[in-house]
Design a protein around this ligand. Structure first.
Ligand SMILES: Nc1ncnc2c1ncn2[C@@H]1O[C@H](COP(=O)(O)OP(=O)(O)OP(=O)(O)O)[C@@H](O)[C@H]1O
Ligand SMILES: [Mg+2]
Length: 261
């Protein structure tokens, strides 16, 4: 998706990398209003949220509550109508398209419900191509792709086409593609939405594993059991966020998630 015709520009240096701050992203008073004909839809209202390095945060809400809108803002795929977004110490709401594309390509990994793999490319190519505009050479891209595929347990499927894989395997490829650039944050929008419960569990276990390896994760879901896997859950309803105390999100799910670790 972010693999379009991106210019190979250097990502702007981020203040966080030099100041060593622990906050990866911070939204302040973010609003997003869509205009559908004459009707204004307030998809996000006065959203404040902060995610620290190494945190695994879930965003839980019903259909139409603004989850994907929030993910698109967080992922620099869409601009907020108002408010401030500081990503790795840098205000990103003012960046032009080229700068946003550079930050997105180098510092943000995406995983979607529908996998979004290139169907005529091998698994390995799908992963390696996400580094196309990061200035990494071909040989190094392939080496890193192999490593990422190994880390999601799919090294043995490198030369397969996505159509030859199961849903769970496809999502593993998408996760490998998202982490191969070593992003500051992994943004996932309903990553288990197309999977049966057993396969979902294995994908959630992989997210647990990535979190243990230090990756910062923001997971969007309408499923309280999925949300309960995170360190912290934030509820979204009608575009407004509220932090949920851990006990408030599916206590049994938390217990079983822990039991499986
Ligand atoms: N391009 C758009 N134009 C107008 N309204 C939009 C647009 N995109 C989203 N909306 C509206 O904004 C609100 C939030 O939409 P969003 O896609 O963020 O919800 P969601 O929580 O991701 O829902 P779901 O769980 O069904 O994916 C909805 O009321 C939706 O109709
Ligand atoms: Mg959505």
């Amino acid at each position: 998706m972010a693999d379009g015709a991106e210019p190979d520009t250097a990502a702007p240096d981020t203040a966080a990398q030099s100041s060593g701050t622990d906050v990866v992203l911070s939204l302040r008073s973010i609003a997003k209003t869509y205009l559908a004909g004459d009707v204004e839809v307030a998809a996000l209202r006065d959203v404040d949220v902060e995610v620290s390095r190494g945190e695994y945060v879930s965003i839980l809400g019903p259909s139409g509550s603004g989850k994907s809108t929030l993910l698109n803002v967080l992922g620099l795929l869409d601009r907020p109508t108002a408010g401030s977004y500081v990503f790795e110490g840098m205000e990103v709401t003012d960046l032009d398209e080229q700068e946003r594309t550079a930050v997105r390509g180098r510092r943000i990994g995406f995983v979607f419900q529908a996998f979004h793999l290139l169907s005529h490319r091998t698994v390995e190519d799908n992963v390696a191509l996400s580094m196309l505009y990061t200035g990494v050479g071909t040989a190094e891209r392939l080496r890193r792709a192999k490593q990422a595929l190994e880390s999601v347990g799919l090294a043995h499927r490198s030369s397969f086409l996505p159509t030859q894989l199961s849903g769970g395997e496809r999502q593993r490829v998408a996760i490998a593609r998202a982490i191969v650039t070593d992003p500051a944050v992994l943004l996932a929008d309903e990553p288990t939405g197309n999977l049966d419960s057993v396969t979902s569990e294995s994908i959630l276990a992989l997210f647990d594993d990535l979190r243990r390896r230090g990756l910062t994760i923001v997971m969007i879901t309408h499923d309280a059991h999925v949300a309960a896997r995170a360190d912290r859950a934030v509820h979204i309803r009608d575009g407004r966020l509220t932090e949920l105390p851990p006990a408030a999100i599916a206590a049994p799910a938390r217990a079983s998630a822990r039991g499986q670790r």
